[in-house]
Design a protein around this ligand. Sequence first.
Ligand SMILES: Cc1ncc(C[n+]2csc(CCOP(=O)(O)OP(=O)(O)O)c2C)c(N)n1
Ligand SMILES: [Mg+2]
Length: 262
Amino acid sequence: MIAPDWFREDRLPHIYCTGCGNGTVINCTLGAVEEMGWKRNETVFVSGIGCSSRAPGYILTDSLHTTHGRALAFATGVKMAKPDLNIVVFTGDGDLAAIGGNHFIHACRRNVDMTVVCMNNQIYGMTGGQGSPTTPLGAFSTTTPYGASEPAFDLAELAVAAGANYVARWTSYHVKELTKAVAAGMQTPGLAFIEVRTQCPTNYGRHNKLRRVSDMIEYLRSHAMLVAKRDRLVREGKPVPEDTFTVGELVRRNRPAMGVRR
Ligand SMILES: Cc1ncc(C[n+]2csc(CCOP(=O)(O)OP(=O)(O)O)c2C)c(N)n1
Ligand SMILES: [Mg+2]
């Protein structure tokens, strides 16, 4: 464990299924918090509803476990009232991009000074595996028994387009890169969005021929393509393999931001 001081042992046993990637993401995020040297009394974790949103409950500091989709709205309120606090939001693909989709784009547009970590398992995990806005075209879920017929949102690209100052994407396989990216996001004034592609063997893998956790992690490893490599392929006019997704830093910039300490 990276940050034992932040871990709330009295909350054990946790709700996560065997092989869930959420613990890895929590660990990496807390590693970044330690790297930043943030203190408990100046750091607040905010989340919506979902397995991913359960994360603040296992962390020893003040937190807000809010309503489904509204984490960013609550987090914005906290930051406006107390700009000196460090705000970290844990959210899921359903929480952030389905019911919370408008809060997402507008928090990025406003560039509110906070760090948002989205555990994108491409499914509604907590409620039993319904399709989400990031469920890939053709993927099976309880609400897409013949394969999803809609294209998926690219959350990181959406955050770039909407205006966030820092955007990166990694996976639960890339623990060192992920920890560094979260820390880089925390250091960047404005909204930092870190999308983490993570495994849900119970409600995604089981329906999509990725039943074993190792199969899911191997999938994440082998289908991740560095942004620089994708850009090179595009420059050289070569095809980008369709089943890959980009990882790395997508943007780091200095748009005007809201709630930055003076
Ligand atoms: C207003 C409202 N609508 C629906 C629900 C039911 N609900 C709880 S969690 C969830 C989806 C969670 O998916 P995601 O955010 O991807 O989190 P995961 O469990 O996959 O980590 C839904 C629809 C709710 N709690 N509140
Ligand atoms: Mg999910």
